[in-house]
Design a binder for this molecule. Structure first.
Ligand code: AKG
Ligand code: FE2
Length: 279
């Protein structure tokens, strides 16, 4: 399995916006380096949340019917069309929703900083997307998410695999994200893979300091397929590396009233949450 052969882009490059848009267009995927999220901030998040997932407090935060913030236990979510539930538990952080007190300061800081980086990347896309594609969009992409309550930071814990894993059960089955773009700081362990536009799977580099970005279904829909939505998955670890894995994707979501194509972002999200078992 080869690594995804995608050049890491630095915001210091004069042509960073063009490189970023080209990478998303051609591979559905991009890597950002030299950003201002430090390894120390990322480690602090992983330490804080590893501690939290080890407590029973998570059950007090169990997601309530009809809402999507809080704690989701093992086997809550399946990829669209998948027969199996994923081997993961996770917590959904929204800017205006409750976060456990013990992890709140570090999480709020991290979330805000990553959202800012997301704004910068969407501005790059607004700048670099061809005019005829922009013409079919209802508003600039960065405006779709500015002030949006729907941006979602998902803190994931994939526990060590139990002995009785059934064939076909994986940490995260192949799926595309629902939202516009996803920002993913490097996971605590490898395992993430992405599919290129030719259908070949690649390991996503698990290198400290990288933020990987993939485009989601809403971006594909809003751009009428100009930016492809990227299939990705998290494979099970080999036996000798059967440890917990943590990751923290930030899903940039438009305001619910934003018109994507024939549907609003709110309608689209509702439909997709039902398909993946979260609603
Ligand atoms: O854990 C990861 O690295 C990716 C998670 C993911 O793709 C998701 O939750 O949508
Ligand atoms: Fe995903």
């Amino acid at each position: 399995m080869s690594e995804f052969d995608v050049l890491a882009i630095s915001p210091k490059d004069a042509d960073a916006p063009a490189k970023f848009a080209k990478s998303l267009r051609e591979t559905g995927f991009a890597i950002l380096k030299d950003h201002d999220m430090t390894p120390a901030e990322i480690d602090k998040m992983y330490d804080a949340w590893a501690g939290w997932f080890a407590t029973d407090e998570r059950f007090d935060f169990a997601v309530k019917p009809g809402t999507s913030d809080g704690y989701f236990g093992m086997k809550s979510e399946n990829a669209k069309g998948s027969a199996h539930k994923d081997l993961k538990e996770f917590f959904h952080v929204y800017q205006n929703k409750e976060v456990p007190k013990s992890v709140e300061p570090v999480t709020r800081d991290f979330n805000e900083k990553l959202i800012k980086i997301g704004h910068m990347l969407l501005e790059w896309l607004d700048q670099e997307t061809p005019q005829d594609v922009k013409d079919i969009m209802s508003e600039p992409m960065v405006n779709m998410v500015k002030g949006s309550d729907s941006n979602l930071l998902r803190i994931l814990h994939y526990p060590p695999l139990p002995d009785d894993v059934e064939p076909g059960e994986t940490r995260a089955a192949a799926h595309e994200d629902i939202n516009l773009i996803t920002l993913l700081v490097t996971g605590s362990e490898p395992g993430l893979q992405a599919q290129d536009v030719n259908g070949t799977w690649h390991d996503v580099p698990c290198q400290a300091g990288y933020i990987t970005i993939n485009s989601g279904d809403m971006l594909s829909q809003a751009s009428k397929g100009y930016y492809p939505s990227t299939p990705h998955r998290v494979i099970n670890p080999p036996k000798q590396e059967n440890r917990s894995r943590y990751s923290m994707p930030l899903f940039m979501h438009p305001r619910p009233d934003v018109v994507l194509d024939h549907q609003t972002a709110g309608e689209f999200l509702d439909q997709r949450l039902k398909e993946i078992g979260l609603k």
